[in-house]
Every structure is written in C-alpha cells, then in structure tokens.
Write a protein that binds this ligand. Structure first.
Ligand SMILES: Cc1cc2nc3c(=O)[nH]c(=O)nc-3n(C[C@H](O)[C@H](O)[C@H](O)COP(=O)(O)OP(=O)(O)OC[C@H]3O[C@@H](n4cnc5c(N)ncnc54)[C@H](O)[C@@H]3O)c2cc1C
Length: 321
C-alpha cells in the first residue's frame, strides 16, 4: 500500500477520489463475494473495464450508519430495492453500486444490514450529479432505487463481518485521501515558489522578504509532515499492524495542514492567487471537499481518541472499568 500511495499521490484530485471509490469497492467485494460472484464481477472491475462505487450515505444517514433506511424486500416479482443514496462518488458513471441496505426478509432477528451489488444494466436506477464547491470534474451524486429489481445472486453473503471489511478499507482510504490533500498543497506550493521568485516588490523578489520565506517554510513543513504521516499509516497496513488510529490521524492532519498550506500559497500570490488564471483557487476549492468522505475530522479525532484511551466516545458506552 505504501508503493500504491506513492504512485497515487500525484494524480489529479478528482481522479484520485474517483479511484479510491472504485478500488475500495473492488476490495470490499473481494472480501464479501462468494466464489461465483468473485468470478463473475471482479475481472471487469479489476481491469477497469467497468466502474463501481459504494453507496452507504443516505439523506438521514451520514457518520452514523445505523440509520440506514434503504430496504431489500421480497415481493411476488422477486427481490426489490427501495431507497435513496447521496454523496456517492462515481454514481453517475458507474456500472454497479455496492449498496448497504436493510434486508427486510431477516425481520428483527439477527443483523438486518446487508449489501447488494446493483448492476446498472440488469437493474436500472436513476442517478444525477450534485453541484459542489470543489472536485467539480468528479462524479459525485445521488441515486434513487424505486422498486429496483435485484437478482438473488447479487446479494452478498458476507464471510467477514461487514464492519470489519469497511474498517480494513478505511485504513487505506484515509491516508490516500490525505495524499490527495498533500498533492493539492504541493502543487499550490510549486506555483507560489515560482511566483515568489519572479514577482518583485520593494526593489527585490518577494521571495527575498523574510515573511514570504516563513510562509514557504510553513507550507513545506505542512506538506512534508502530512506526507510522512500518510506513508506511515500505509506502511502499518503493509506490515499487518493496527492502522485505524494512524490512518485517522494521517487524514485529519494532512487535510487540515494542507488546507492551511494552500491558503498560504494563495496568499503569496496576493490578488493573483484569487484569480482563476493562477489555478490555486481550484486547489483551494478541491481541498475543502477532503474532510468529509470516509470520516469527517470530528469522527476521525474520535476514532483516534478511542484507540488512545480504549474508551468509546461516539455512543457514551463501553468505557472500561
Ligand atoms: C467528496 C465526497 C465523496 C463521498 N463519497 C462517498 C461515497 O462514495 N459513498 C458514500 O456512501 N458516501 C460518500 N460520501 C459521503 C460521506 O461519507 C458523508 O458525507 C460523511 O460520512 C459525513 O456524513 P454527513 O455529511 O451526513 O454528515 P453528518 O454525519 O450529518 O455530520 C454533520 C456534522 O456533525 C459532525 N458529527 C457527527 N457525529 C459527530 C459526533 N459523534 N461528534 C462530533 N461531531 C459529530 C460531523 O463531523 C459533521 O461536521 C462522500 C462525501 C464527499 C464530500
């Protein structure tokens, strides 16, 4: 995963985010599919001939997935899915969505949460893109399942617990999102440095003014520390070490520090930093999107805090004696 992170880091932000959504879904499917599903679904997805995504978030369900309302029910016509998913990366262009839903057939006994893979060709559904401040070249959107027919062979028979599968993919996704932020800050810094070396005020390049040098130093410090935290989290995954806390720390730190770094880089360009022509404004908008997917900054702090203290702050329970 460290090698993957190093190769991933320079990708444009919208492509990186799209890739994380696709590959995390492939890896979740790899964990949750039975042999027949694996043979049928994975080759086209792994080869990139088909695009997939994960649909967890709903209008009333974000950080706390327990409120999911999308339902799989048995009718005289077979299995149907009803519900709405929001803020789904790739949904407008995908061939399939891995949907988390309530399996109404299970009644109240046992865990009713299940996953189905909705193949668009076989189970058409409506999807549309959502206008956002950043990542505007990406494919973030919502979809509606209205009596959407689901083939029984597309219901996942999770071997590992669904939560365990999600946790494993988050340990990788979070530092990858951190590296998206690192790349945006790096590109903003490159523009700021070039500008500072050529722009002259008070008889010399602004790069020769002490406070500009401090800003450049602060930006590089933020980028370097963020990058190393993300690499460290990915390396822990490679070594089979617990990585949840490190991954949460890496994403939150990288996003916060690199967002400040992009702001400072804009500042080095003065008014020019605010222009579309200088291109930093796009990085500023794009990086604003990164705190939310796969754990907001608040949720990541709580995940890290839980690892540090052994106490669950989310639900106010499970505090050891
Ligand atoms: C670019 C992008 C890509 C995304 N891609 C996907 C995708 O592919 N698939 C998918 O299913 N979803 C996706 N999402 C949705 C994302 O996972 C959710 O937006 C996220 O989980 C937060 O949910 P929410 O927006 O409903 O905020 P909420 O959970 O409603 O939170 C609102 C605010 O309250 C805070 N908060 C919540 N609980 C606590 C707490 N216990 N303590 C302190 N503060 C708290 C949050 O940090 C946040 O600031 C994406 C979102 C974005 C922006």
């Amino acid at each position: 995963m460290l090698d993957y992170g190093i190769a991933f880091e320079p990708l444009p932000a919208s492509i990186g985010v799209s890739l994380v959504a696709h590959e995390a879904t492939v890896s979740r499917l790899g964990d949750e599919c039975n042999d027949e599903q694996r043979r049928r679904l994975l080759p086209d997805l792994i080869a990139g001939r088909k695009i997939c995504c994960t649909g967890s978030t709903e209008p009333d369900t974000g950080s706390d997935p327990r409120g999911i309302r999308t339902r799989l029910t048995e009718t005289s016509d077979g299995l149907v899915l009803n519900g709405r998913k929001m803020w789904i990366t790739n949904v407008s262009v995908c061939d399939s969505v891995l949907v988390t839903c309530i399996d109404a057939r299970r009644g109240k006994s046992g865990n009713p949460v299940t996953k189905v893979i909705v193949e668009r060709e076989r189970s058409p559904f409506d999807a549309r893109e959502t206008e956002t401040i950043g990542l505007r070249q990406g494919y973030l959107g919502e979809c509606v399942f209205a009596d959407c027919r689901i083939q029984p062979e597309n219901v996942m028979e999770t071997q590992r617990g669904g939560t365990e599968v999600l946790k494993a993919s988050w340990a990788v996704n979070r530092p990858l999102f951190g590296l998206v932020a690192v790349n945006l800050a790096q590109r903003a810094y490159d523009i700021a440095l070039t500008y500072a070396m050529t722009r002259r005020q008070f008889g010399k390049p602004i790069a020769a003014h002490q406070l500009i040098q401090k800003q450049l130093s602060d930006i590089v410090t933020a980028i370097t520390a963020s990058r190393l935290l993300c690499y460290q989290a990915l390396s822990l995954v490679d070594h089979g070490q617990p990585a949840a806390g490190a991954a949460a720390m890496a994403k939150r730190f990288a996003q916060t520090e690199c967002q400040n770094a992009v702001f400072q880089a804009m500042n080095v360009l003065g008014a020019m930093g605010l222009s579309k022509e200088a291109r930093i404004e796009q990085f500023y908008r794009d990086i604003r999107m990164i705190p939310v997917p796969d754990g907001t900054n608040e949720i990541l702090a709580l995940i890290h805090g839980r690892e540090l203290t052994g106490m669950e702050a989310f639900r106010g329970t499970a505090v050891p004696a």
